[in-house]
Design a protein around this ligand. Sequence first.
Ligand code: NAD
Ligand code: MG
Length: 391
Amino acid sequence: MHVRAIAILGATGSIGTTTLNVVRAHPSRLRVAGLAAHSRWRELVGPAKEFGVGVIALADPAAAAEARASGAFPAGTRIIEGFAGLTEVACLPEISMVVSAVVGTAGLAPTLAALKAKKDVALANKELLVLAGKFVTEAARLSGARLLPVDSEHNAIHQLLRDKPKGDIDRLVLTASGGAFRDTPIADLKHVTLAQALKHPNWSMGPKVTIDSATMANKGLEVIEARWLFDIPADRIDVVVHPQSIIHSLVTLTDGSLQALLSPPSMAYPIQDCLLFPERLPCPAPRLDLAQSLTLSMTPPDPARYPCLGLARSAATTGGTAPAIFNAANEVAVAEFVASKLPFTGIAELVGRALAAVSAREPGVLGRRPRRRCRSEGGHVQARPGTSPLR
Ligand code: NAD
Ligand code: MG
């Protein structure tokens, strides 16, 4: 039986630890050969022993030195460091898949390197497509490596689109939980606290993506992510608020019918779908109990409650580097909110100011920098037709 060897970038995080749970459930199919994280090396000792992992990369060199000196890892474990270490783990000769689950943009170089080395990538880190969708999808297309979406909405759409001709697809519909402040009066949003923002109603996730869910910057990033993954313009990608987080997304077909993918709100489902693709086996997470009554509702998002969604859409329309500006400004704004230097409503204000202040440009290739400014209309950066890297 074929055992797929994988490396996990972001192994101490929410996606990383759920990935380890999925591997644990399928020892005859999956093996972990490399783990990478920023600095929390102590959390990697257990998985290194349990899964017999040969290589550990820590982005923080001081943490790597501490981990080596600790003697806590089994003899023979190689502990490497820095971005070069992350890239080495992503390109280990024995692996065929990388789970890209570092938060933020630090995962870009290792993920690109993995794709170029023909490793399939299970991509959780949506920021990479927002920042460099053109380059990430092109790297996959050129090498023939698969780019499989872990993000639950995109994974659902990937499942729905499998084996459907592109001409049958009219629109994509991303569902959004609405986040921690879905029902908070809009006038109160400027006074909400970090602790309140971190209480997601349905999902247990890392802090950045939880705050992004509350502002819906996350859904804005996901519209851009979907545009690259599925090679469909952002103006054919809709968003609906679906508080139960059971419908993970929908596809509107040309005849007007809709198809949806349902599963409980556990990331084990989309992660397992990527790790075992195209095989289906029982998932180590609870199933939906249809013996209990189940209400599913959908409403359009209120633009006044979620200004970040509109800002992301306008960045997608401008194209070029505008989505990267949106993402960078949002990262800074979220960090300022976490540090209590900005009120919650200041996040969208700061992102809006950044998009207005910085001109978007067409990204070039390394070593060449075209100076052309993006047009705000019709300036989309379109992938060539039929170049979607999903296979
Ligand atoms: P998290 O904060 O729980 O974990 C982040 C991981 O990245 C940690 O292992 C950390 O060590 C590592 N990391 C951070 N900075 C690093 C650096 N400079 N170098 C190397 N490693 C670094 O985050 P998460 O919730 O697991 O999210 C990871 C990614 O997945 C994000 O892009 C997020 O948007 C996306 N995502 C997460 C979920 C979810 O349910 N958690 C769902 C969809 C998408
Ligand atoms: Mg998502």
